[in-house]
Structure formats: C-alpha cells, structure tokens
Write a protein that binds this ligand. Sequence first.
Ligand code: NAD
Ligand code: DAU
Length: 352
Amino acid sequence: MRKFDTVLVTGGCGFIGTNFIKYIFDKTNYKIINIDALTYAGNIKNLIDIENKDRYFFERVNICDAKKVNSIFEKYKPDCIVHFAAESHVDRSIFGPKNFIDTNIIGTFTLLEAARNLWKDNSDGKLFHHISTDEVYGSLSDTGYFYETTAYDPRSPYSASKASSDHIVKAYYHTYNLPVTISNCSNNYGPYQFPEKLIPLMISNIIEEKDLPVYGDGKNIRDWIFVEDHNNAVFDIIHNGRVGETYNIGGENEITNIDMVNILCEKLAYKMNKDKDYYKKLIKFVKDRAGHDRRYAINCDKIKKELGWQRQYDFNTAIDITIDWYLNNKEWVYDVKSGEYQKWIELNYSSK
Ligand code: NAD
Ligand code: DAU
C-alpha cells in the first residue's frame, strides 16, 4: 500500500473535489494542497471547515498556467496528484467548447509536464491519478456494459476533451514512465453539486416550484453513484491501484431520466407534506440535447476484484441524504445560482 506526505488535489472547490478533500482530510494525516481557478463551478466556501487547518493549503490557479503550476509543484513537492479540475457540464460544452479544450486537454497536459519535471530524478512511490468519465466510451443501446477495454467513442465536446486527456495521461505512462492511474466513473450525485446537473437542478426547481425540463422522451439512462462511493474508490486506487491501469467505477444503478425526476418529485412531496403527485405537474418535455447519449452502464468488476472496493450506499438512502442537504442549504444554492458567490470571489480573491 502506498502512503503519501503531500497530496495535491486539482478542482477541490468543485462538487466531487470538495467531497474528496473532506474525505481524505478526515481519513489521513496528509498535507492537502487544493488548486482551483474558482470558475462558476468552484466554491471556496465549501471547505470553510478546514480552511484554517495547518495541513490544508489553497491556491487559486488556472491549471493551464504552466508557470504558476510549476511554481506550486516546486513549493509543495506533492508525492500524489489527484486531478479533478475540469469543465464538466455537457450542455455547456455544446454551446461553448473552447473552455473544455483548454482546461480538460491543455490543463491536463500542463499538470503532467509539471509532475514529470518534479519527479524526474525519482518517481518511486509517486502517483498522478486522473479522474475521468464513462462518457469517453460513447453510448450504449438497451444491452451491454462499458468495460475498461471498451474502445473510446466520445460524442460531445466534453467527452471528447476527457477522452483526449485520458490518452495523453496514458501516453505519459508509456513514454516517460510517469506513474499514473486513471478512473472512469458514471454519474455522481450528492451534496455540493452545481444546480445545472440533472439531480440538483430538479431538486432546486421543485423547491422553487419551477418547470422541470426533461430532454427528449426522458428515456435516456444514466448509472447513478453517490459521490462518497466514487471518492472512496479513488482513495482505494491511489493507495493500492496498479500503476498504468484504468479502473471503472459505477453505481450499478441504472435509472431513466423520467423515472429519476418522478422519484425526486415524490420524495420532495413527502418531505414537504404535499400530495404524492403534487410536483409532477411541473415536468415539461423539452427539445432533446444534441447528440444525446442514450444509455451509460458501467461494469466495475475490476476494481471490486483487484482492490476489494464495494459501494457503501444504496440509492434510496443516498438520494435522501442529497435531497436533505439541498433543503438545508438553500442559501448555498441561491449564492451559486444568482452570481452572489462570484461577486464575493472577485471582491476577496481577485488580487490574491
Ligand atoms: P465541477 O464542475 O463541479 O468542478 C470542477 C472544478 O474544477 C471547479 O472547482 C472549478 O473551479 C475547477 N476548474 C475548472 N477549470 C479549471 C481550471 N482551468 N483550472 C483550475 N481549476 C479549474 O466538476 P465535478 O462534477 O466535480 O467533476 C470533477 C471531475 O470528475 C471532472 O474531471 C469530471 O470530468 C469528472 N467526473 C464527473 C462526474 C460527475 O458526475 N459529475 C462523473 C465522472 C467523472
Ligand atoms: O457519466 C458521467 C458524466 O455525468 C460526467 O462525466 C459529467 O461531468 C456529468 O455532468 C454527467 O453528465 P450527464 O450529461 O450525464 O449529466 P447531466 O446531469 O447533465 O444529465 C443527466 C441526464 O439528464 C442526461 O441524459 C441529460 C438529462 N437532462 C439533464 C438536464 C440538465 C435532462 O433531461 N434535463 C436537464 O435539465
């Protein structure tokens, strides 16, 4: 089992990164460095509980900025990098792909170069872990699963940019012996997810009694995993995963979008003392997403067999935790949606 002194996390103010930093900070005594550009999707207030701890450090950095990235690597000398930072929303990638190409491809390349440079004399026990997505494998019809060996077939600018970054990470392993691991995970849900993605968007719209836009016929399928299960898989991989390997992570929990929206309507109706079908009148079928992948389903036997990983949460429990978090954090949702948070960032961080 590998052990580290200093773990550098990119994108630690985003949804999965925030949850990962809380998780690894609790589970270890590692020094944790969080580098994040604080885009619309990053919220530094998520980590307020640990911001003053002496083994947590935050640096506002764009991962495409090679000079700054190199100086931070030199300053902290991380022995493990866990790379979450990305532009992550498929719809945004359809309307404006450039940021996706920059951050997901150039940003990943910049980090790889910085790691190669930092570890050039000795890379023993070091690790660059790249977080990726099941979307690189394309779209499934009614049957079949994505395996680690499935050929890449990305369809959106987002998934194409992630596929590209995966290939570059693998190239650094084969060409330069950079110690890397990669994980490809299915759809996450949980606290701190920006309310543009299906589950938090629907929860916050239900709370505000706004329309619930369901793309196309609503029969597209996603394989939903609770964010903490994703993160404990990443924790297992960085400690015990085989260098050079890819691990699929999935929830084994396929749900159509319309079923998911109906579940959220019913659960919120119960919590708000409304009639079971009260919120369903808000559902509106709207124009489909361009190139909308039909079905994702992950086979995660490899990580189960090799690393003994197992999901800890069942869907019913974890979706309740998620809904309750959004009900108890309406101010967070208001702040990130209204632009109030970005104003605060510009005031407090623009000159730092
Ligand atoms: P997110 O959009 O919530 O957060 C992304 C974070 O990266 C933000 O804090 C943002 O400020 C930061 N960031 C963006 N561009 C940056 C840049 N140029 N430099 C530095 N920081 C930058 O994303 P997420 O949903 O937490 O996803 C995290 C990672 O997990 C991504 O790599 C994504 O592809 C992958 N992933 C996500 C899911 C999912 O369901 N959300 C599933 C599988 C894989
Ligand atoms: O599969 C992993 C991927 O899951 C991650 O790599 C991405 O970062 C993450 O955003 C997510 O991508 P999806 O496109 O699957 O997630 P999203 O929440 O945007 O949409 C889930 C499904 O719901 C998808 O079929 C589109 C549909 N949808 C989404 C929104 C936002 C709607 O029907 N209505 C909506 O308003």
